[in-house]
Design a protein. Structure first.
Length: 244
């Protein structure tokens, strides 16, 4: 039997949370496209700098022209540590270009196809920092709060087309981005990495860090018909951190 697979587009799918999302949708028999600057062998890789709006639009339009786009997971993002005084204009722009403008490019590009098919699920990878602030995280906090707003405004504007948009707000998840942030902190402060790692785990009510696979399961649920009445929401997955 020749069945047409559902299509999922993931940005930043070569590493960490995005890679787990790509693998989970593949395991559920989706056709998965991964738009990333770094290559990966999982899913159908499309070399793409998410800050290049024209490039994102061209790649997503080409995918849509082959059939449909059922799910977009806008996940590519970077972390940057610094208070407002320690964040240069260039650093602020870099974080915003990748985390916010990149999501704008991906969401805007999938909407024509989703509107035409009167169906679609958009998941934006925000952060617990969309809801609460963390120290020395000025630009990142701002960018993730913007993504929460993008999920809500997209949900309202496109509900009439049966397109749902939600934001996922993970706490501290053990990925390459997390390890890089800890390494940077230890380099600057001289702290011991194992100690910092143990302290981070102890800060979580569940006593451990989250895993990328756990975030992927939430994303898959939000994309599925089981979540068909969920839109405009911020879904926290943080081991209880923001409940404190
Ligand atoms: P990661 O560094 O492991 O993966 C990020 C991916 O994005 C990489 O594959 C990278 O190549 C890609 N990417 C970066 N810049 C890009 C660009 N300009 N164009 C295309 N792709 C680009 O990070 P992760 O921890 O898996 O984070 C994924 C998302 O989850 C990010 O948006 C991050 O802010 C968010 N998040 C992570 C955590 C955490 O604790 N790890 C917590 C909350 C939210």
């Amino acid at each position: 039997m020749n069945t047409v697979k559902k299509v999922c587009v993931v940005t930043g799918g070569s590493s960490g949370i995005g890679l787990s999302i790509v693998k989970l949708f593949l395991a559920h028999d989706y056709q998965v496209f991964n738009l990333d600057i770094s290559p990966s062998t999982f899913g159908e890789f499309r070399q793409c700098d998410i800050t290049n709006v024209g490039q994102v639009s061209k790649i997503i339009t080409d995918i849509a022209d082959q059939g449909s786009i059922d799910v977009l997971v806008s996940n590519a993002g970077i972390h940057f540590s610094g208070s407002i005084e320690n964040t240069s204009e260039e650093e602020l722009e870099r974080v915003f270009n990748i985390n916010v403008k990149g999501a704008y490019a991906a969401v805007k590009s999938v909407l024509p196809a989703m509107k035409a098919q009167q169906n679609g699920a958009i998941i934006l990878m925000a952060s617990d920092q969309a809801l609460i602030a963390k120290h020395n995280s000025f630009a990142y906090n701002l960018s993730k709060a913007a993504l929460a707003s993008m999920a809500k405004t997209t949900a309202l504007d496109y509900a009439q087309f049966n397109i749902r948009a939600n934001a996922v707000c993970p706490g501290t998840i053990e990925t390459p981005l997390y390890h890089q942030a800890i390494n940077n902190y230890c380099e600057k402060s001289g702290a011991n990495k194992a100690d910092v790692h143990a302290e981070e785990a102890a800060l979580q009510p569940l006593g451990r860090l989250g895993q990328a696979e756990e975030v992927a399961e939430l994303v898959y649920f939000l994309a599925s018909d089981k979540a068909k009445f969920i839109t405009g929401s911020l879904q926290v997955i943080d081991g209880g951190y923001t409940a404190q």
